[in-house]
Design a protein around this ligand. Structure first.
Ligand code: SF4
Length: 457
């Protein structure tokens, strides 16, 4: 069978990015992408353990690979990511079909590990890379200028790991202590991506805005540097932590047209008592104050968030504060989760005392409130002119294209725009989460930069 790889990715953008890095390495080794495991000589399951029941999901997916492995014993099955880091050898013991287990710190050793597997060994490599000090160029030199570009978009990991130890979160245990890459190393990667067609770059980190390489150079300075990469149309980042957000970042967002007017700022819970138990190191009032400044500095900014309902000890009154925060901020998108203990975290030792029915009802109330807020927000966009970065043709509507607003809303409109074009389009309505639009006539002078308008314009 010719060499081909299928990667099943669970979880966040960081994991998607890691999967892309694997695909790049494998392409060099002669692997073609395979759409399904049935067609693949190598299947990699890139796992996430942040949310509920991750091991079960991984093991149930591995279960579907068992008959394939029996039919084709030379097929290689690998497990990567956070569950791999956490479970290590246990995965090899529990699942006979798995040949290779490796953690996020061993991502760039994929070729060597596969060679060991080809030699007949079952391999587990979850050792940590050495972390000396705050700065570590964790992308090997030969890959810096060959970062993956998917269509018009590319991701750059600027930090690795997390120092926050939020009490519910497993990430610091699976990704290790935080390190930041040298800015020149990141800028070289960004320039290489733009040269290969990237129009939009996302800077990634578990706690992206705690990026810092020296007392004088942190996330603010890096954002300013990346904005100036010639040819880059848009810059986004995820996920910042509220405690490390400051008004200077809001001002920078307002001043730099390349930085998108969108931010994912997880607040997790509205009650200060629960925030303290979560070790979030900010209060609701501090969060709201920073958001109010941001919304004033960057009119129309789209803010999304994560939140947890049913954290140990959360009362109905605590939960009401979460709803208050939704009403106050009026997020563009909310990713709500029912609390479930993650083994190995501090919160796992607390009694999981909020009844399941209460968690479910709180989740439903969050979703209902957010849906009504978002419907109003979408409605308010009707008639505005948005600058849309075009992704490509609509898969089903002939003659239509899809793209994203500066605020990361999905838009579709008719016309012959090409991927990477920035198009001014007037919103005419919406369908589900999609905005429908009509292209606006081109600006009269070439110097006129497309920008977004509000009803007041
Ligand atoms: S900031 Fe908190 S929630 Fe986010 S990765 Fe770090 S420990 Fe986890």
């Amino acid at each position: 069978m010719p060499k081909s790889v299928h990667i099943k990715t669970f979880g966040c953008q960081m994991n998607e990015h890691d999967s892309q890095r694997m695909l790049d390495q494998l392409a060099e080794l002669g692997y073609a992408p395979a759409a399904t495991p049935d067609e693949a000589s190598l299947v990699i399951v890139n796992t996430c353990s942040v949310r509920h029941n991750p091991e079960n999901k991984v093991y149930s997916f591995l279960g579907t690979l068992r008959p394939l492995k029996e039919a084709r014993p030379d097929m290689i099955v690998a497990v990567a990511g956070c569950v791999a880091q956490q479970e290590g050898e246990k995965i090899l013991q529990r699942e006979r079909c798995v040949d290779l287990v490796f953690g996020p710190d061993n991502l760039f050793r994929l070729g060597e590990m596969l060679a060991e597997v080809a030699g007949g060994r079952r391999v587990c490599d979850t050792h940590w890379a050495e972390r000396e000090g705050r700065v570590q160029n964790f992308v090997p030199e030969e890959w810096v200028e060959r970062g993956h570009v998917e269509g018009i978009r590319a991701y750059i990991a600027i930090t690795k790991g997390c120092n926050n130890l939020c009490s519910f979160c497993i990430v610091p245990h699976t990704r290790g202590r935080e390190v930041s890459r040298d800015p020149e190393n990141i800028l070289r990667e960004a320039r290489g991506m733009v040269a290969r067609g990237a129009r939009e770059i996302w800077l990634l980190g578990q706690n992206v805005n705690s990026y810092r390489v020296s007392p004088d150079y942190g996330f603010y300075e890096l954002l300013r540097g990346v904005c100036r990469v010639e040819g880059l149309a848009r810059l986004r980042f995820t996920s910042p932590h509220p405690k490390d957000w400051n008004n200077a970042l809001s001002d920078l967002m307002a001043a730099e047209p390349v930085i998108c007017k969108q931010v994912h700022l997880p607040f997790q819970a509205g009650s200060d008592r629960i925030l303290k138990a979560m070790r979030r190191r900010h209060t609701l009032a501090e969060y709201l104050e920073k958001v109010a400044y941001l919304q004033a500095a960057v009119p129309g900014v789209e803010i999304s968030t994560d939140l947890i309902v049913g954290f140990p000890g959360e009362t109905e009154e605590d939960f009401e504060r979460t709803l208050d925060c939704l009403r106050a901020v009026r997020f563009s998108q909310v990713f709500p989760f029912k609390y479930s203990p993650r083994p190995g975290t501090e919160a796992a030792s607390l009694p999981d005392d909020v009844p399941r029915a209460a968690k479910e009802s709180r989740l439903a109330r969050v979703i209902a409130l957010q849906e009504s807020i978002n419907a109003e927000r979408q409605q308010a966009l009707t008639g505005t002119v948005q600058t849309v970065l075009v992704d490509g043709p609509h898969p089903r509507r002939r003659g239509w294209v899809n793209g994203r607003t500066d605020g990361w809303r999905a838009v579709t409109f008719p016309g012959g725009a090409r991927p990477g074009d920035l198009v001014r389009a007037r919103v005419t309505g919406h369908q589900g989460h999609w905005l429908l639009a009509e292209p606006e006539p081109a600006p009269e002078t070439a110097a006129e930069t497309p920008r977004e308008t509000t009803h007041e314009d």
